[in-house]
Write a new protein. Structure first.
Length: 717
């Protein structure tokens, strides 16, 4: 029986389609399932038409409604058709005429390229290259290496005509996806071996038979990274009704290889920039582990904030249909898990968590009692980065503590007084029935080390912001066995200053660490602009073993307009411009729930919500209880940059990017107090802006009033 599959290019454009058009897609899919091949070609409503002067006779169009048409790959043999795009009538015809399909002889996957445009521009680039004194972009790679990576003769000719990255950027959107990625990785400085490992090897099929470049039925099934086969109308209806999460249908072969590996011999780690699918990989790993649990085993799925907990819970519900299986997964923040462990201990005494704004004043009180003349800020950071980070419990341990990484000097003679102040601080907290969150984590780890681990597997998302005390708790939560810890994170999104050596805590990921480089969320234009905020600044890897992470090869397959950057003379004027921008997005068909507005401060968020409401635009403050993804909501979501962490929106406005907000003086340690901490705090502020900007998929708008953040100027704005 015929069936209609869906290309990832269709899903990438799905959020732009209005509900009636999506319904037309569902109706077309049902026709393919209901009719015979002969009936499909004769159906007057579907109008499965071939196109005269088309580059590829296998590229046809179908009617979605009176004004919209779908472009489909209709192979001459087999029963599977692939919906490539849905566009307004004239645009669909124009796009379809240019496309050409093929089967990659290395990966065996279906490929689509803009053959007409490539044929048109390639001779001109070849002429320019012949007269250029510059070395060709891919000169150091042999034809044999390129072909081994899946580059066919057509693309090889085009690649050989390029002399710089800008020219590749022109060609890239026109090329087949896998071949485009290969060239982008090579141009970014990756080796042939790295490209093979990241792109080609995961996509290879186990077959030893020669590739039949006419067998599209088999090739379509070898293209799981780009083509989805939907088996039930309910499944397709759910995807069409929630287009913002439709990309979850696909796992790139490199992602699938990580998520569904049969077993890891110990802790495993996946890293990557924003939008590379780390969370999706973590959720799929949970699904894999659920299929192998023994009686009584449970899984902890944990992260940093309540907002992310809600996102993980929604993601697992969409991925695992069986509610009984989902019940075997506990989803919570690390702090929430710690509180539960402490509360369930015998003779537990309820303790009030200490708020961060209260901590500094309590340190000042303790210093006054002991006669310590240093700053309360120094004491708070010493307690966090040395005492709690190293699990120190006695003066002797503190006197022997490693203070590398601290930029403030402390002589051996001064340590006893600091320790006395630490003891006074903790004693005063206990007397008042209070405890910091990290103290709770440390106590929970101690309890589990004595009691034994409650979980068979622990999966960690957004791992980069966890403190060593939290890692000790997670290490104690699961026995040291194969598949004990699965860790997902991005050091470029570290906004809470929690660098850690996982190895020192008994979490060794050497040989079991994978880096994802492809962004599936933001357009290349948004990505390039946002990445400029961090380029050239060393970012410590998650395991902090003295190595720096890099954005080398980090790219997006999506293309669109670059960010809109606006300044206003006053804050009121900036809010008026925000209203205009949100209205423009709404007029372009973007749903209110697909729009996010982010600012550094809660007070700015409150003003934005009020101004949007006054303008008749539904808007709500982003709350932990309802901030999972924005899908299905009817209001613009407004939240701080910290609360936007891990979330995503089709369109994002980042407002109030002023010199007083980023960097925020109160969040940055003065260099005279601690030079190294000052540098770390400044980097955290940069990362915060980077995180906010990379929440956007299609459109990014950045604004300020008065003087802009110096981060923008340094990024070339």
């Amino acid at each position: 029986m015929p069936q209609l599959a869906f290309d990832i290019g269709f899903f990438a454009e799905l959020p732009k389609l209005q509900p009636p058009v999506r319904k037309g897609v569902l109706d077309a899919w049902e026709k393919f399932n209901r009719l015979t091949l002969d009936q499909l070609f004769k159906d007057p409503g579907l109008k499965l038409e071939s196109l005269t002067k088309a580059k590829d006779k296998q590229i046809r169009t179908i009617r979605i409604d009176q004004f919209w048409r779908g472009v489909v790959l209709a192979p001459p043999s087999g029963d599977t058709f692939v919906l490539l795009r849905v566009m307004p009538h004239d645009k669909a015809i124009a796009w379809a005429l240019k496309q050409k399909s093929s089967i990659n002889e290395v990966t065996r996957a279906v490929e689509i390229r803009d053959a007409a445009t490539l044929d048109e521009i390639t001779p001109a680039y070849e002429r320019v290259a012949e007269t250029s004194s510059r070395e060709r972009l891919f000169a150091k790679f042999s034809d044999g290496d390129m072909k081994a990576l899946g580059i066919d003769d057509e693309t090889l000719r085009q690649a050989r005509s390029l002399v710089d990255q800008e020219q590749l950027d022109v060609f890239a959107p026109l090329l087949p996806q896998d071949q485009r990625e290969v060239l982008q990785y090579l141009a970014a400085g990756c080796t042939v071996e790295e490209v093979w490992q990241d792109i080609v090897a995961p996509a290879l099929q186990a077959s030893t038979q020669p590739v039949d470049t006419r067998d599209y039925e088999t090739a379509i099934r070898h293209s799981r990274a780009r083509i989805a086969l939907v088996s039930a109308p309910e499944e397709l209806r759910d995807i069409l009704e929630k287009p913002f999460a439709a990309w979850r249908v696909f796992l790139h072969p490199s992602q699938r290889k990580v998520a569904y590996r049969a077993s890891y011999s110990g802790p495993a780690q996946v890293t990557g920039g924003p939008g590379t699918g780390k969370t999706v990989v973590a959720l799929h790993r949970v699904k894999h582990l659920l299929g192998h649990l023994r009686e009584g085993d449970r899984i902890l799925l944990t992260t940093y904030t309540n907002a992310l907990v809600n996102a993980l819970r929604a993601g697992l519900e969409s991925l695992v249909d069986d509610p009984e299986l989902r019940e075997r997964v506990d989803i919570s923040t690390v702090d929430g898990f710690a509180s539960r462990v402490v509360a369930e201990a015998p003779n537990a005494v309820p303790l009030r968590p200490l708020m961060s704004n209260e901590e500094v004043s309590r340190w000042g009180k303790a210093a006054k009692a002991t006669g310590f003349t240093g700053s309360a800020q120094f004491l708070a950071q010493e307690y966090r980065h040395v005492v709690l980070a190293q699990g120190i419990t006695t003066l002797a341990e503190y006197e022997a503590a490693d203070r590398r990484g601290r930029g403030s000097r402390l002589t051996a003679a001064e340590r006893p007084l600091v320790w006395e102040t630490v003891e006074r601080f903790t004693a005063d907290l206990a007397a008042d029935g209070a405890r910091t969150w990290l103290q709770t984590c440390a106590e929970a780890a101690r309890l589990l080390e004595a009691k034994g681990p409650p979980y068979r597997h622990v999966v960690v998302d957004e791992a980069q912001d966890l403190h060593p005390a939290q890692w000790r708790l997670l290490r104690a939560a699961v026995p040291a066995r194969p598949d004990d810890l699965f860790i997902a994170g991005d050091p470029h999104q570290r906004i809470y200053d929690s660098k850690v050596s996982l190895r020192s805590l008994g979490i060794k990921v050497t040989g079991r660490s994978v880096k994802l480089r492809k962004n599936y969320r933001s357009t290349q234009e948004i990505l390039r602009w946002s990445t400029a905020l961090l380029i050239g600044r060393p970012i410590a890897q998650l395991d902090d073993e003295g190595r720096s992470d890099t954005l080398l090869g980090y790219r997006s397959a999506l293309h669109g307009d670059g960010p809109v950057v606006r300044d206003a003379p006053t804050e009121e004027g900036e809010l008026d411009m925000l209203v205009d921008q949100v209205r423009a997005w709404r007029d372009a068909g973007v749903g209110a729930g697909e729009i996010g507005v982010s600012a550094r401060f809660n007070k700015t968020c409150a003003k934005a919500v009020a101004r949007l409401k006054d303008a008749g635009i539904p808007a709500v403050t982003l709350r932990a209880a309802d901030s999972a993804t924005g899908d299905g909501t009817t209001a613009v979501r407004v939240g701080t940059m910290h609360s936007f962490k891990g979330l995503e929106f089709r369109c994002v406005a980042v407002i109030g990017v002023t010199e007083d907000a980023l960097p925020f003086p109160k969040a940055v340690t003065p260099p005279e107090v601690d030079t190294k901490q000052h540098e770390t705090d400044m980097l955290s502020e940069r990362c915060l802006l980077f995180v906010a900007c990379t929440r956007a998929r299609d459109s990014l708008y950045v604004s300020w009033s008065g003087k802009p953040s110096p981060f923008l100027a340094e990024a070339g704005v």
